[in-house]
Design a protein around this ligand. Structure first.
Ligand SMILES: C[S@@+](CC[C@H](N)C(=O)[O-])C[C@H]1O[C@@H](n2cnc3c(N)ncnc32)[C@H](O)[C@@H]1O
Length: 234
């Protein structure tokens, strides 16, 4: 396993080597890579498996934010084919692939920005999100986590599987490069771009706790995905 020092050194080198690469608009980024997407993501197979195992069996109504082609849903439905899912994603071609794979399931897709989507009140047994929210600043996530909390039934869970920054230095470094690049390429505030800006576990946890959640479990997978289970208590 790489030491933190070596990891940060490699990250800085990569940021330097890619400093001239323009930022790509989020939905375009995934649309262009649709054909190779599932193969590219297969390295996280174990995390998808674990993610599905962690979903409480009694869950019936699930909201998946940034569902893409539904790699996490493949495993969830394998375990419990009766689950009802609403999947929200910006990218219609990713949703089309999900619909094609799972035409026999209880599935509603919504092609929308999840920050604009209203999850309603006390509606969901679980809200899930896998490898999507690390593209956003904490300022934006804060409001979303509140909406997720209110959208969950009492006793419901928010299961987040995502990249986590190894330390404050990584979080700050990526945030600064992201903001600089947005300025350099004159990206308007309302446009989403594909660039990873994960938060530290402490920072992510405090956003979830501020929204009202109790963090019940955190699992660090060796493949780089951290799974956090947050509960809406009584
Ligand atoms: C790396 S993919 C993960 C997809 C799926 N959860 C999986 O693990 O296979 C990230 C997904 O998040 C979606 N996404 C990013 N920002 C979004 C936003 N603001 N609203 C809705 N979807 C978004 C992208 O379009 C993409 O499909």
């Amino acid at each position: 396993m790489k030491s933190q020092e070596k990891y940060l050194q490699d990250l800085k080198q990569w940021l330097h080597d890619t400093s001239d690469s323009p930022l790509e608009e989020m939905a375009d980024f995934f649309s262009k890579r649709l054909d190779s997407y599932e193969e590219h993501m297969s390295v996280w197979e174990k995390s998808y498996q674990l993610f599905a195992e962690l979903l409480p069996f009694k869950c019936r109504e699930i909201l998946d934010l940034g569902c893409g082609t539904g790699l996490e849903l493949d495993h969830i439905w394998q375990k419990n084919p009766a689950i009802h899912v609403t999947g929200v994603d910006l990218c219609q071609s990713m949703l089309d692939k999900l619909l094609e794979k799972h035409s026999d399931k209880h599935l509603v897709t919504v092609c929308q920005d999840y920050f604009q989507y209203h999850p309603g009140y006390e509606k969901w047994d679980a809200v899930i999100s896998f490898e999507s929210l690390h593209h956003f600043l904490p300022e934006r996530k804060k409001e979303l986590y509140r909406k997720i909390y209110h959208g969950l039934k009492t006793g419901g869970v928010f299961i987040l599987g995502d990249y986590i920054a190894c330390c404050d230095e990584e979080e700050e470094l990526l945030r600064n490069v992201y903001l600089e690049k947005r300025k350099q390429y004159l990206i308007p505030d309302n446009q989403f771009v594909h660039f990873d800006i994960p938060l530290t576990l402490e920072h992510e946890s405090s956003l979830l706790q501020d929204a009202g959640f109790t963090i019940a479990k955190v699992l660090d997978n060796p493949d780089g995905v951290t799974i956090m289970i947050s509960e809406k208590g009584d």
